[in-house]
Write a protein that binds this ligand. Structure first.
Ligand SMILES: *[C@@H]1O[C@H](CO)[C@@H](O)[C@H](O)[C@H]1NC(C)=O
Ligand SMILES: *[C@@H]1O[C@H](CO)[C@@H](O)[C@H](O)[C@H]1NC(C)=O
Ligand SMILES: *[C@@H]1O[C@H](CO)[C@@H](O)[C@H](O)[C@H]1NC(C)=O
Length: 504
């Protein structure tokens, strides 16, 4: 990337150096059903024919995944002038296999992440062909408008909530011409705090990696009009294509000699939160425990800009002792995104040196930031306009088993916080209080019962939880979890949604 830092700041308002973004997806169940229709006849065949030999994936799956990639790459809109034909790479397949065997729901291994792109998918329940994940990645295209990948990236300061499209952009990254994937069945896999007794884990590695910040995935123009010279002018189905493949330059990190074997994994259960009821029959009883927190743990010096990812980025926990290393704080009352969150919390008097929780609200752009000395922190001034945030304390409210988000803290834009809530015990008895949805709940659902359903609190103890009101959804899927059967709902005429998170 050839630009000077100032240009980058002007153009993107963020990191100058290219930075990769990787992605994970769990297709939602309605989505799965839709995709599944296309592959129904392949279902059993896929599962029973799953190769048990050396390969991490069957030839059939390999071709399905590769062909789907090339088909989709050839059909991007607007048209691509430099999209390269994708080929299967055995080294990438092997690295994917290593990672699929880790059963870790995160990108890795760490030492390879700068050398490869990676898309992950996981599902449980009914057996599915791997291609539905690929299709789900591709379907993010609906949230993407060429050429700005950052537009649909839930990354500060542009969007701290919203759709993700980095799976899609990796798939159609013009120069990512090699792919290798693997599938593994993982037992008791911890997926964002939820324990899946039997998960099917798909890992696809790409090379060269895509998703560089500030770069479009491909050049727009007449197909094949901007192919690299190594293709010798070859073109096939809108893709730069060479009959015998282009000269391969395997990434040295992928060579056997350099490859570091992942450490043997500990028993999967030991990585998870202690479970009281993870037994062999938990599939039937459908016990779900969720330890996903909305709140993010911060270091004293972490800047808001660097930490803000995903939709859960507005509530933070600061460690004790930040007065001695508060990081840089820019502004007073409202702070520049480059400020340390905990430092700003100290300066604003929201937390003290014992640390604690705080809420952040984005303020849009402010023309300048004033310096001041408060609560033991000297903040800096800045005359340049920049995105700002404010710091608030986290209120806690007790609710009843019947309280709904619609009554208590309905979704509104700009997004605001719902207080932290405390649910009483024994909400299982309030059977009249409805629960609608799974993971995303309709806002006329009982908050506390939804939290039991989601495995965020338990009936016998009640407890604290965080609620995140979110915009309406077209569809809510019912399920039976933790002895609560939630309802399905299609196309409600009004009402928004919410999610519940553990407080640990
Ligand atoms: C699931 O996918 C369907 C079909 O694409 C979509 O309409 C719906 O909004 C999605 N729901 C969730 C919970 O993401
Ligand atoms: C900011 O601008 C004001 C007014 O233009 C000026 O007086 C002040 O010195 C500037 N501060 C800095 C830090 O540049
Ligand atoms: C729910 O919790 C209450 C209070 O702890 C307890 O008395 C009741 O038996 C529990 N109900 C179920 C179905 O576990």
């Amino acid at each position: 990337m050839n630009c000077v830092p100032q240009d980058c700041l002007r153009a993107f308002g963020m990191l100058c150096f290219a930075q990769m973004v990787m992605s994970m997806v769990i297709p939602n169940s309605t989505h799965l059903e839709a995709i599944l229709d296309k592959y129904t006849d392949k279902d059993d065949e896929w599962w029973t024919s799953k190769h048990r030999g050396k390969r991490a994936i069957t030839d059939g799956d390999m071709h399905l995944i590769l062909d789907l990639h090339n088909k989709l790459r050839g059909q991007v809109y607007p048209q691509a002038s430099n999209m390269e034909y994708m080929v299967w790479d055995a080294e990438l397949e092997r690295s994917s296999e290593h990672w699929a065997h880790s059963c870790l729901w995160e990108h890795g291994p760490q030492h390879m992440l700068t050398q490869i792109g990676q898309n992950l998918g996981a599902h449980w329940g009914r057996d599915r062909p791997p291609t539905f994940h690929v299709q789900a990645w591709y379907d993010e295209v609906r949230d993407y408008s060429y050429p700005y990948p950052q537009e649909c990236n839930p990354h500060c300061p542009f969007r701290c909530s919203g759709p993700v499209c980095t799976h899609y952009t990796q798939m159609v990254w013009a120069t990512s011409s090699r792919i290798g994937c693997a599938i593994n069945v993982c037992y008791n896999m911890n997926v964002w705090g939820m324990i899946w007794t039997k998960a099917v884990y798909l890992v696809c590695n790409y090379s060269p990696p895509g998703n560089w910040w500030g770069h479009a995935p491909y050049k727009h123009g007449r197909p094949c009009s901007a192919c690299p010279p190594s293709y010798g002018g070859g073109c096939k189905d809108n893709l730069c294509y060479a009959e015998n493949g282009v000269e391969r330059r395997p990434a040295p990190e992928l060579e056997e000699t350099n490859y570091i074997e992942p450490e043997p994994q500990p028993e999967p259960r030991s990585r998870t939160q202690p479970l009281t009821a993870l037994s062999s029959d938990n599939v039937e009883r459908n016990e779900v425990v969720s330890t996903v927190q909305m709140c993010q743990q911060m270091d004293c010096e972490t800047k808001l800009r660097d930490r803000c990812k995903g939709t859960t980025c507005n509530r933070y926990e600061c460690p004790p002792g930040c007065l001695s290393s508060p990081g840089k704080v820019i502004g007073s009352g409202y702070y520049d995104m480059q400020s340390s969150v905990c430092g700003a919390g100290l300066h604003a008097g929201i937390i003290d040196n014992d640390g604690g929780w705080l809420d952040i609200t984005r303020q849009g752009r402010k023309p300048h930031f004033s310096k001041s000395y408060k609560n033991g922190i000297q903040s800096l001034g800045m005359n340049r306009s920049a995105n700002a945030f404010k710091v608030f304390s986290v209120p806690v409210k007790a609710v009843t088993c019947e309280t709904t988000v619609a009554q208590f803290c309905p979704f509104k834009t700009p997004v605001r916080h719902c207080p932290r809530l405390y649910c009483p015990r024994n909400c299982l008895h309030e059977t009249r209080a409805r629960v609608i949805g799974t993971q995303y709940y309709f806002d006329k659902s009982s908050i506390c019962r939804a939290a039991i359903h989601a495995g965020v609190i338990q009936n016998h103890s009640g407890g604290y939880l965080d609620v995140q009101p979110v915009d309406k959804r077209r569809e809510y899927t019912g399920s039976h979890q933790n002895t609560i059967s939630s309802e399905s709902l299609q196309n409600p005429s009004g009402g928004k949604a919410f999610r519940v998170f553990a407080v640990i």
